[in-house]
Design a protein around this ligand. Structure first.
Ligand SMILES: [Zn+2]
Length: 158
């Protein structure tokens, strides 16, 4: 025994055997999984399944992103300079050059960076993306992106 206990009335983060966040479960459900030896306990609010569960490609990944979803994915920070205010959405390949509204082509940008980049391609500027924008890896990762429970954040940001 590990000595860690799960409270039945708490909400527990369930990780896949690969440590990828899978879903949230009640403490009660988590305890059942532990008793059936289908999961291992990592902390009082995190368990990990022992067998890998195949995750269907979630709808969120194929769906067109909204502005709010792009902000959320980028953690409400400019993708060029990390500023967290005066935010807009930048088309990395400008619309005027055929850039589309996709997860890969949209990023959060502060107004000054957006103005500086203007209608240019990234290669024509001295600006760099701090992170390559992509569709959220899975739905849970996206849902939990701005969660503030310390025990969970370790597993959410990869
Ligand atoms: Zn910026």
């Amino acid at each position: 025994m590990t000595g860690i206990t799960i409270h039945p009335n708490t909400t527990v983060l369930v990780l896949n055997s690969s440590y990828e966040p899978l879903n949230l479960a009640s403490g009660r459900r988590a305890i059942v999984l532990l008793l059936k030896e289908k999961a291992q306990i990592l902390s009082s609010r995190v368990i990990r399944l022992l067998n890998y569960v195949k995750v269907p490609l979630s709808r969120i990944v194929s769906q067109k992103p909204s502005r709010a979803m792009i902000y959320k994915r980028d953690g409400y920070k400019c993708c060029y300079c990390s500023r967290n205010y005066n935010l807009t959405i930048d088309h990395i390949i400008p619309r005027s050059r055929g850039g589309e509204n996709t997860w890969e082509n949209l990023c959060t940008s502060c107004a000054p960076c957006n103005v500086k980049k203007g209608d240019k391609l990234l290669e024509q500027t001295d600006m760099k993306l701090l992170r390559k924008p992509r569709a959220p890896y899975n739905k849970m990762q996206f849902i939990l992106n701005d969660c503030k429970i310390d025990e969970w954040t370790t597993y959410i940001h990869n």
